[in-house]
Design a protein around this ligand. Sequence first.
Ligand code: GP9
Ligand code: MN
Length: 408
Amino acid sequence: EISEIESYLDKNSPDGQAKDSDLYGVAKDKNVIFVSVESFQNFLLDSEINGTETTPFLNDLKESKDTIWFKNFYHQTAQGKTSDSEFIVENSLYPLGRGAVYFTNAQNEYNALPEILSEEGYETSVFHANNKSFWNRDVMYENVGYDEFYGEQSYEVTPENSFGWGLEDKAFFEQSIKYLQSQKQPFYSKFITLTHHFPFEMPEDKANIDQYDSGSKTLNHYFQTARYTDESLEQFFQQLKDAGLYEDSIIVLMGDHYGISEYHNKAMGQFLGKEINGYEHIQLQKVPFMVHIPGYENGGVREEVVGQIDVKPTLLHLLGIGNKDDLTFGDNMFAEDRKDFIAMRDGSFVSEQYVFTDGVCYDRSTGEQILEEEAEACNPIKEKADQELQYSDNIIYGDLFRFYDFKQ
Ligand code: GP9
Ligand code: MN
């Protein structure tokens, strides 16, 4: 069966590492600092509460010439939440429809990003100030070849420097620098933030923006912790500079998944000034994806429809690592002939032209529902999306990579 999947991917998904963009190898031999930003949705960017910008640092960063920002980037997670986002990013496979791969299939054979980078001479590590066994990370990380995992026990956690889920992100980044400095370069280090997590409550004396005012306590608080995240990232960039690590690194920022669920659609609609129908719900699944390359001058805003599934081939492309026999459902975001849709785990999808969810086909540019007699326009893509999800499930449930040679 793996050969059937291989030929599907050969046909439908161009070589993710094709050297067909001028960004190929732009980050060759640089360190990669990947920040998974907890529960951060795109609607926060450029938003204001009582006339104050929620995320001034990220607002500037996304428009700066040393940053490439994909504004139509979607999370594709399911029940495994953060762990799903990690799984998608590192394997370019889809998460499962039920449960979390990190628990159900942590012992499978994978061809994950940290393993590939290790072979290329990178030291690989993860930083996350939570219990190491949360999401079964300790087991999965070992399997996919991370050299080090700095968990809660690597940090000094006090009542003063913690709230919410534990150590606050500002202290987390600050205390991580010494470990980062001990890495052999080039390194690939993943940071997973924690403060901006449901229920998004924080001490008022640490909050630098007002709460929102709506019927949803969750949404009201969400802006305060988002501002906190913005401040902690700004400090982290400065700490990297002070430590002499900034110039030789690229910094990738990615939102892991939504923070505001559909239970808050009424308040969300009030904030956005429109009703949240299926189309708007899918728009809300956009999360940040920014590649910051110090010294680079040709950054800018990209419009392509992309998602977490595309991160692995994209990073390898930027690092100039050829990996043409890899099996990935995503594509290099800079490739011209990329597959033109992003599938969500529930069968929804977004293509250049359409948004499909809950059995309804929408025109992506207008948000209008496509009339019933023309709605079959969505069908060919829907079939492909379902096919991909099925193939990906088969790989995971059947542990099919055991039968594939990644270095042909
Ligand atoms: C837990 C953190 C949050 O360690 O990553 O997990 P989530 O609830 O977002 O999946
Ligand atoms: Mn999360």
